[in-house]
Design a protein around this ligand. Sequence first.
Ligand code: PMP
Length: 418
Amino acid sequence: MANAMRASSILTIANDIRELIAAGADVANLTVGDFAPDQFPIPERLRDSIQASLQRGQTNYPPPAGNPELRQAVRDYVKRTQGMDYPLECFTILGGGRPALYATYRLIMDPGELVVFPVPSWNNTNYRDVCQVRTKMVPCRAEDSFQPTADLLRPHLRDARLFVLNTPQNPSGGVMPKSEVEAFGHLLVEENERRKTTGEKPLYLLYDQIYRSIVFPGYQHYSPVQLVPECAPYVIHSDGISKGYCATGLRCGWIFGPAAFTRKAIALLTHIGAWAPKPVQVGTAEWLNNQPAVDEWDQNLISRVRNRLDVLYKGMQQIRDAGHPVDIIEPQGAIYLSVRFNLVGRKTAAGTVLNNNEDIRKYLLTEAGFALVPFKAFGATDADDQGWSRASVGAVSSEELQRALPRVQQALADTSPA
Ligand code: PMP
């Protein structure tokens, strides 16, 4: 297992960028799946509540399942925002979204069992390596905004123990349509009814909705449990404050799903010590309970993220209309856009031929100060990424984006057929 452990490939890219910036280059850094605190600070009320709880000396171990006030607050929040009424025992609080994903892989699957996930998708290959499971990685299509469909996954689920969905999605920015979420709910019920007759172990869905609240007008987020309540025994939801409240460094997330699963997750995570820090738990409970403030924050964050994505979307459309081989998918949710630079086989002014997505990434970075992460970092192969990359706007201002677009257009104009 240790041999399989690799640091994030995105971090290697981050090093290249640091070097360029240190050398004085203007770089639009669209690589980080994070919020820069100067662009996107956490809600003031959340910060004040955490500070106050620290002042009150809330610094010892939290209960293993999480502070009772926070469990209750999350339960109320799920009911209020998604209409799902789970008993309290179905919730546990953890140190962000990652422990939820790790615990689910660990607890649902034995080594060698099969997990199915779409590509591109975030971090699943790493959980595969930690848990030593088999994978079926299903390539998704640009015309579906790189979201998987039930029809694409269905043929692979018969032998699987787990499949993983994430909407709004990292890296594509796609939001799964209601009809597909519903189709996945029915699929879970049907497959598990079949297994009841054969005695096979159930099929579970890990449903990662960490970007749930960042959805743009015209799109809506659903859980399959909202649409097909009978699938609830097989769905494990993962969520947290990292993205919706720009609080990646505070480490607070939660799982909710079948009570029997949650009990095991609490035990496992207690041994790992993956709790959320106690003052953060106390502050988060107060914050989530403040419905008017949360609603106002959500609307405001959506418009700030959307403004940046729109600059990029419109700018790239103009570049495409000027005849350059680029493509871009409309903003739907999260903090990402799928962009395509279809430059394989083209020659740069220096006479080098761009052979693959990595060459394209380096070219755009050095010539245009435009830093992207190719879908290859999200499990895609060169054959199926076809020049598609992720652009993340959590660490850039609209002005930085405005400045970068003419540089991109010039870098494209400087290439020619090889
Ligand atoms: N799920 C997805 C889809 C993510 O993009 C991330 C963060 N990049 C996480 C989960 C984990 O977030 P956290 O920082 O809370 O561990």
